[in-house]
Design a protein around this ligand. Structure first.
Ligand code: ADP
Length: 165
């Protein structure tokens, strides 16, 4: 059975990510959403724990509790090797993602031959959406209800209001 991971920063998770997770979960029975972070550089909006909790909550709401959520601070290929993961799922929003994603996939494959990258095309309605855009909109008090699940809206807004989330 294929063991798949869907890695990313998910800072915060968006409808675009969730669409990829839902579709990947149909293809791969054993799927883990992997929150990647850098121990040295911490310029993220949410802590790793907060990101994990938000992802678990929304996956629960979507009936996707069987999709696992994990974290990793080092190289992705090390995580894949240690856990016996053989598929890496990535989303492609368009040509802007392509060059970067292609080179990462090729490097990863060079380093760990057993790992194949599978690209899922972003759904048309989410192809413009990124975590950066959500953070940018929220920082100016913009409406983010079309970008993230309802339960995350106040958490993200509170973050910019300087309160704990
Ligand atoms: P990273 O920090 O590696 O850019 P992200 O959390 O932004 O990771 O994204 C993780 C994965 O999800 C990447 O493969 C990215 O291309 C994909 N992705 C991000 N936003 C969308 C979206 N709106 N639709 C489809 N895939 C997306």
């Amino acid at each position: 059975m294929s063991k798949a991971i869907y890695p990313g920063s998910f800072d915060p998770i968006t409808f675009g990510h969730l669409d990829i997770i839902k579709r990947a979960s149909v293809i791969f029975e054993d799927l883990t959403v992997l929150v990647l972070y850098n121990k040295q550089k911490n310029n993220s909006l949410f802590s790793v724990d907060n990101r994990v909790n938000m992802i678990k909550d929304v996956l629960g709401d979507m009936g996707l509790s069987h999709v696992r959520v994990d974290t990793h601070a080092g190289l992705l290929i090390d995580y894949a090797r240690d856990t016996g993961t053989n598929v890496l799922v990535r989303g492609l929003r368009g040509v802007s993602d392509f060059d970067y994603e292609m080179s990462i996939a090729q490097v990863n494959h060079t380093q760990y031959q057993a790992l194949e990258t599978v690209f899922l095309a972003a759904s048309l309605e989410h192809s413009y959406l990124s975590s950066t855009m959500v953070r940018e909109f929220a920082s100016y008090g913009g409406d983010i209800t079309k970008f993230v699940p309802q339960r995350l809206v106040p958490i993200i807004q509170d973050r910019f209001a300087g309160r704990d989330s």
